[in-house]
Structure formats: structure tokens, C-alpha cells
Design a protein around this ligand. Structure first.
Ligand code: NAD
Length: 243
């Protein structure tokens, strides 16, 4: 049986790891990225060659409704169905809230939260009509506990968590599961601004004593897909015991 997935923010970091994990498991893919389409196309060629899967790539801003809706519709058309939607694209913004401009606030909220609404709006109706599907939102532990100097980011991910719980209730009668993963500190470009000393200090605060590998989030995505469909509306922490 054909298995398909759409993943946003797939060119690097966690999204890339999820694309590789799902390709290994036979999923045909629609991969979205913001700016580095060459990197994404190279990944698509590699996955197609290694795992004999179809891979379609899209470049654009997921915070832009005018890009996201038609791109999702095209992916749905090309893949024939979307079994799994992984809302992974996101940005961080570090700084005092009082120094933040309205444009910077809008950018964080639209990229991290509104984009989840746009992709869900485009993809969920086809899942509902097939009475099957998995929506998995990549969130953050900061959405649960709040991070100092990351108010907009924390608010956006808290919004993703509430979105997940509420949308799960809306779709549960139609056999579609909606869950979120609240990641801890993951070793990606998002933490690239940290010095080695800052990284070591932060790692010491994490009970398991290290950053999360993006592949560990990808494995969690696969576990959610393979879980019974009765599991929905869950906020699953993969944070090394931080919370
Ligand atoms: P990353 O910076 O390596 O990757 C982010 C991805 O999102 C990139 O592919 C980027 O192109 C894409 N993206 C950003 N803005 C976009 C836009 N407007 N339109 C389309 N694509 C856009 O970071 P990552 O760590 O791989 O982050 C992936 C997700 O995991 C994010 O939602 C992030 O908030 C979440 N997360 C990361 C960490 C961490 O410590 N790295 C912790 C918790 C949650």
C-alpha cells in the first residue's frame, strides 16, 4: 500500500532527519523548504536513488498563505494522497520582548503557528474524506514552560500545543490523529549561535547530559505514525528529561 508524507522545513535539521527516516520506511514525499532549494533537491535525488520513492520539492514561505495552500494542493495532486503531515518549519527569536518589533513578532507567530493552520486547512479535508491520517506538529518544551528572552517563540509553540489538542478533538470522529512533539534542545542550526562553552553549560542542565540528535525526533515521528490511531491530542515530550 502506498504511504506518503508532506514535511515542511525539510532541507536541514529536524525536518531533513524526518525526511530520511520516512524515506527509509518507504514513504513517498513532498518536501518543503524556505530558501535552500538546491540543498533540498540534492536530498530529494539521494532519497529517490536510495529508496526508490517519489519525492517532490517546493520552495516558499510557509507563513505565506498564498504559497502554502497551492503548494499543499499540488503535493496532494502529485502524491495522490497525504497520509502524514509533519509541520516542522520554524524560527526562533532571542531577545527582550520589549525590544521586539511588531514585524518580528508577526514573523515568529506566522511562521511557527499560522503555517500550521494553513497546511492543516489544505491537507486535513482529504484525510477526513479517507478517514485516515496523521498530523504531527514539531513543537518545543518552551511552549509548555516558557523560555526567558524567547516570549514570541514560547507563545507560538504554546499555541501549537493548544492547536494540536483542539484540532485532535475536531478530527477524531473522522479517524485522523493530531499529535505534537515538544522537543528539548536539539543539535541543529537553530542552536548554532551558541559557543562550545554555552553548549556544554546547557547540556549540563539536561538530565541525559547532552543535546538531542535530530534523528531521535525523526524516530519519534515514526513511532507516532505507527501508534494506534486511538492516540490523539497528545503532546509528547522528547526533552532528555528537562521538563
Ligand atoms: P533549523 O533552523 O535547522 O530548521 C528550520 C527549518 O524551517 C529550515 O528548513 C527552514 O528553512 C525552515 N523554515 C524557517 N522559516 C520558514 C518559512 N518562513 N517558510 C518555510 N520554511 C521555513 O532548525 P530545527 O532545529 O531543525 O527546527 C525544526 C523545528 O523544530 C522548528 O519548528 C523548531 O522550532 C523546532 N524545535 C527545535 C529545537 C532545537 O533545539 N533545535 C527545539 C525545539 C523545537
Amino acid at each position: 500500500m502506498k504511504k506518503t508524507a508532506l514535511i515542511t522545513g525539510a532541507s536541514r535539521g529536524i525536518g531533513r532527519a524526518i525526511a530520511i527516516e520516512l524515506a527509509k520506511n518507504g514513504y513517498h514525499l513532498a518536501l518543503f523548504c524556505h530558501s535552500n532549494i538546491d540543498m533540498l533537491n540534492a536530498l530529494a535525488e539521494e532519497l529517490h536513488a536510495n529508496y526508490k520513492i517519489e519525492v517532490y520539492t517546493y520552495q516558499g514561505d510557509v507563513a505565506d498563505y498564498g504559497f502554502t495552500i497551492p503548494a499543499c494542493e499540488d503535493a496532494l495532486d502529485k502524491l495522490g494522497q497525504i497520509d502524514v503531515l509533519v509541520n516542522n518549519a520554524g524560527i526562533a527569536h532571542i531577545g527582550l520582548l520589549t525590544d521586539m518589533s511588531v514585524d518580528e513578532w508577526d514573523n515568529v507567530i506566522n511562521t511557527n503557528l499560522s503555517s500550521v493552520f494553513y497546511t492543516s486547512k489544505a491537507v486535513a479535508p482529504s484525510m477526513v474524506s479517507r478517514r485516515a491520517g496523521n498530523i504531527i506538529n514539531i513543537s518545543s518544551m518552551w511552549g509548555t514552560v516558557g523560555a526567558s528572552c524567547e516570549v514570541a517563540y514560547s507563545a507560538s509553540k504554546g499555541g501549537v500545543n493548544s492547536f494540536t489538542k483542539a484540532f485532535a478533538k475536531e478530527l477524531a470522529p473522522n479517524g485522523v490523529a493530531v499529535n505534537a512533539i515538544t522537543c528539548g534542545v536539539v543539535d541543529t542550526d537553530m542552536n548554532g549561535q551558541l559557543s562550545p562553552e554555552e553548549k556544554a553549560e546547557l547540556a549540563e542542565e539536561i538530565p541525559v547530559g547532552r543535546f538531542c540528535d535530530p534523528g531521535e525526533i525523526a524516530q519519534t515521528v515514526l513511532s507516532i505514525i505507527n501508534a494506534p490511531s486511538y492516540m490523539t491530542g497528545q503532546i509528547i515530550g522528547v526533552d532528555g528529561g528537562y521538563i
